[in-house]
Design a protein around this ligand. Structure first.
Ligand code: IPE
Ligand code: IPE
Ligand code: MG
Length: 220
């Protein structure tokens, strides 16, 4: 199955504790590691797509944006071993052309070192927005003079696999421009837990609930 997560609530988690927002992002990165490791060892989950930075997140103060970029670079550097040990293939969706050369090289290096792993694909959504993704897909189709069909649109997206289950943490009940096309028939689960407090135990509980849902896809 394809699990997608909107990792939300880092800032509020920190502020509630009298800490700076960036402390929430730091703790959030540890949770990314825990959840990825859990998913790699759960044979039912084949793809884990994590919303890490949206096309709208550039609106934040420069200091926070810079911190997130640095955190991502450090994470990929530090956790390469975790990807290798758990046989996780690392991929990215979104338009990373705006990222620094350093960070783009780190991303390419991590992708290359993990490209043959098959237990889990972890997809990070970086400078990702659904509208941007669909717009870029349509542009590619025009360039290639492809016929406009749902299949061709889907094929030209950054991520072609439909989402089976979406989880959003922090109590917000919205999609914030995440995988709109791919979630046409996704099951959704919203939890009040802030991302830094999210655990593999809670994920397991949500997966059990997901299994009980009846997915009809328009049929009966
Ligand atoms: C999610 O946490 C992480 C990113 C969007 C990068 P937030 O930073 O949005 O935390 P809140 O929603 O302000 O609490
Ligand atoms: C969505 O969270 C983006 C990520 C988790 C990366 P936001 O915190 O940016 O979303 P809004 O602004 O509350 O919709
Ligand atoms: Mg938020």
């Amino acid at each position: 199955m394809h699990l997608a997560i909107i990792m939300d609530g880092n800032g509020r988690w920190a502020q509630k504790r009298g800490l700076k927002r960036v402390e929430g992002h730091k703790k959030g990165a540890e949770v990314v590691k825990e959840i990825t490791t859990y998913c790699a060892n759960n044979p039912e989950i084949k793809i884990l797509t994590l919303y890490a930075f949206s096309t709208e997140n550039w609106k934040r103060p420069k200091m926070e944006v810079d911190f997130l970029m640095k955190l991502l670079d450090n994470y990929l550097k530090k956790e390469l071993l975790t990807y290798i040990e758990n046989e996780v293939k690392f991929e990215v969706i979104g338009d990373i052309s705006k990222f620094s050369k350093n960070l783009r090289e780190r991303i390419e290096y991590t992708k290359d070192k993990t490209k043959n792993f098959k237990k889990l694909t972890q997809v990070l959504a970086l400078n990702y927005g659904s509208r941007d993704e669909i717009t870029r897909a349509v542009k590619k189709m025009i360039e290639k003079e492809e016929e406009v069909t749902p299949e061709n649109i889907q094929k030209n997206l950054d991520l072609s696999r439909d989402v089976d289950l979406l989880i959003r943490t922090s109590g917000e009940i919205r999609l914030s421009n995440f995988l709109l096309w791919q979630m046409a028939y996704a099951e959704m689960y919203f939890t009040k837990t802030m991302w830094p407090d999210f655990t593999s135990k809670e994920l397991e509980k949500i997966l059990n609930e997901f299994k009980k849902r009846e997915r009809r896809f328009g049929g009966i």
